[in-house]
Design a protein around this ligand. Structure first.
Ligand code: DC
Length: 681
């Protein structure tokens, strides 16, 4: 998992293969709240692990629910409608699906049982309106104070006196989440009378209300729906745990993979598991919208398979009120369509994680599209032929912006792309996908393919003990890139030769051994572990004598040649950091950034000395110095692939630097070099 402020996506050329999606956010948080209010224990399976579900879980814990989490299964013992904690300050991040229903539930509980609760979130949460919900609850006798701006969180809920005889009125034309909040919470106070909710204004996002009603039924509450205007909660409704419940995968998350299939699923389809045609989520109807644009979709109860149908995609003019979240994906699919796509009736975009109409327009324009935006619509015309632009996409702390714009990485396939000149797409703050889909990019890279030439490589070469291994692995972690420690391949060869009694001077036998690596001899890298035929030799190969053996086997041209393809195969999405001696000169001459790292012999010897001592191995500084000099000489003067900087390498002497300084320096070079010219011959 990358930790940098950005993620660079290489141009992608096709999509195919299987992806399993995480649980739906909307279902997860509704189920958690219902389980928290119920009598008895509920076991929730396939729960989404994300920022929004985490704040809901923390809130339930703070309110006194008993929680026991094991991976994506949570066992919750609910409050049975009775407060056990009378004071709590709840921080809800940017989770609307936690803020709205908790406000309704706690306002009602506080009015009937006492207690004082504050609900707050990140600054954006304090800009997201909640006035319509507050206005529905206050006439019931709930005391609710907006402690910042009227109509917005933070809120303070402090007691009240309930009067429930009149119908409860709530506006339904800004966000359906207010109605959902009331539906989820009002059964708490339905002991003495049936409760009627009346929707004022045209109800938007009706499919989300269907999810709410569906889940209430699973928890024993049968709401009577009269059209989309009136909802009646029967007298004596009680939350009853269903015992066990499974969260289905997020249909909105599926939209990115449906789009990937429609744009780039050719030889093999993109198969999506965890959600299918039987879904209770409204966003599943995104499938029809994608089909209208050209996607070819087949489906079963719990899976979907998508491939390219019409190509280029067809522009559409569509009312998207029923699929507000997934419709964002259509806006990016429009980049691959012929003509102008118009998405209508999407005013709710303006009050989501960010003003999504403005954000979408701004970022699509960066790529070269022509965009017209209105209060409740957006119109997208793809870039003209050859007019695609490199773009660093701002994501506005909005997970869907980040996921949608990853689809722009398929730009070489766009009908208006210029041959051989893909544009670079940088996603800023990529970890914002954590809101609903923490492993989104990993999943995308699982089903996306490209030409290895298009995958960026950073090479870090240098002499032994220069700190290149530490630097390279830190860079790989920060960038979320693959990592190749090429020295370990020579070390494994040296180790196996020693164990098998092969002479370190027998060029032919050593070459034959090296040729088996990754083939007859299985090889797998997993952080510090190196699995050779199911045996972890990670620690063993770090030994000094094995280092010496590696140095000796590495002088033979046949051995070096035997390991070339194995090293090249590490070039995987989204990029590679490779460290060794000849990464920039021989293995990846087209690397986007080449670093040649050195440090004085004295400094390197001290680092090696400290390393050995810290491992409890006795060492002698003078001997290490002499050994390093001998090894440098052998590496520099061998006939093939001698240790020399590539002509275009950045030479760095890190004698006086900490690792962190080296990492920051190289990351600085990488950032300054963007957009990277990836194909260099
Ligand atoms: O980086 P290291 O110390 O793990 O490397 C072990 C030996 O392998 C080193 O003596 C030189 C050799 N080597 C090489 O010749 N070419 C590489 N790309 C990496 C290592």
């Amino acid at each position: 998992m990358y930790t940098t402020a950005f993620l660079d996506l290489p141009p992608l050329l096709s999509a195919g293969g299987t992806v399993r999606l995480p649980g739906s956010k909307s279902i997860s948080n509704r189920v958690l709240l219902l389980a928290g209010l119920s009598e008895g224990t509920t076991v929730v399976h396939d729960l989404l692990a994300s920022d929004d579900t985490r704040v809901m879980l923390e809130s339930l814990r703070a309110l006194g629910c008993d929680l026991d989490q094991d991976g994506d299964t949570v066992r919750i013992t609910g409050l049975a409608g009775k407060l056990s904690v009378l004071q709590a300050d709840l921080f809800l991040g940017n989770a609307g699906t936690a803020m709205r229903p908790l406000t309704a539930a706690l306002a009602l509980l506080s009015a009937t049982q006492g207690g004082v609760f504050t609900l707050s979130g990140v600054p954006r949460m304090h800009e997201r309106p909640i006035g319509d919900l507050v206005d529905a609850l206050r006439p019931l006798g709930c005391h609710i104070e907006c402690t910042g701006k009227e109509g917005y969180p933070p809120l303070r809920l402090a007691g009240g006196q309930l009067k429930l005889s009149a119908p409860i009125k709530v506006r339904g034309d800004v966000s359906s989440q207010f109605l959902t909040a009331l539906l989820l919470a009002l059964p708490l106070v339905s002991q003495d009378q049936a409760l009627t909710i009346e929707v004022v204004g045209e109800l938007i996002s009706k499919p989300y209300i269907e999810i709410t009603l569906n889940l209430l039924a699973r928890f024993g509450i049968k709401v009577e729906r009269q059209g989309w205007e009136r909802f009646v909660i029967p007298q004596g409704s009680r939350y009853q745990s269903p015992g066990e419940i499974h969260v289905e995968a997020d249909a909105s998350s599926a939209s990115y993979f449906i789009a990937a299939g429609a744009i780039a699923g050719r030889a093999t389809p993109v198969r999506i598991e965890g959600v299918g045609e039987a879904s209770i989520q409204g966003d599943i109807r995104f499938i029809e919208a994608a089909q209208a644009m050209g996607a070819q979709v087949t489906s079963g109860p719990n899976w979907l398979e998508v491939r390219r149908g019409d190509w280029p995609l067809q522009a559409v003019d569509m009312d998207c009120n029923h699929i507000p979240d997934a419709a964002m994906t259509l806006a990016v699919m429009a980049l691959y369509a012929q003509g102008t796509t118009r998405l209508r009736n999407i005013a709710s975009w303006r009050v989501k994680e960010t003003d999504r109409i403005a954000a979408m327009a701004c970022e699509l324009r960066k790529l070269g599209a022509t965009v017209v935006e209105g209060q409740d619509f957006i119109e997208i015309t793809p870039p003209a032929a050859g007019q695609w632009q490199h773009a660093s996409i701002h994501t506005y702390d909005d997970h869907r912006m980040a996921m949608c714009f990853s689809l722009a990485a398929f730009n070489p396939l766009a009908p208006t792309a210029t041959d051989g000149k893909p544009v670079s797409v940088r996603i800023e703050d990529p970890r914002c996908v954590g809101k609903t889909f923490p492993d989104y990019f990993e999943s995308l890279f699982q089903v996306a393919q490209t030409n290895p030439d298009l995958i960026p490589v950073i090479t870090v070469d240098g002499p032994t003990a220069s700190g290149k291994g530490t630097l390279a692995s830190a860079l790989a972690t920060r960038l979320g890139y693959q990592f190749l420690d090429s020295g370990s391949l020579y070390r494994v060869t040296g180790l196996l030769a020693t164990e098998r009694g092969i002479s370190l001077d027998d060029a032919e036998a050593l070459e034959a051994l090296a040729r088996q690596l990754g083939y007859a001899i299985s090889l797998r890298f997993d952080r510090e572990h190196i699995w050779v035929d199911q045996r972890d030799v990670g620690e063993l190969v770090r030994r000094e004598d094995i280092g010496q053996a590696a140095s000796r086997v590495s002088v033979f041209p046949g051995v070096r040649q035997a390991l070339v393809e194995l090293q090249k195969a590490f070039r995987g999405l989204p990029g590679l950091v490779a460290d060794g001696r000849d990464m920039g000169t021989v293995i990846f001459p087209d690397a986007a950034l080449k670093v040649f790292l050195t440090a004085s012999v004295k400094e390197r010897a001290e680092r090696r000395y400290n390393q050995l001592i810290s491992k409890g191995i006795s060492a002698n500084l003078d001997e290490i110095c002499a050994d390093l000099e001998a090894r440098d000489l052998r590496d520099r003067t061998r006939a093939v692939s001698p240790l020399v900087p590539a002509p275009d390498a950045q030479k760095i002497d890190n004698s006086a630097w900490t690792i962190e300084q080296s990492v920051e320096t190289v990351l600085g070079m990488w950032v300054a070099g963007w957009p990277h010219v990836i194909v260099r011959h």
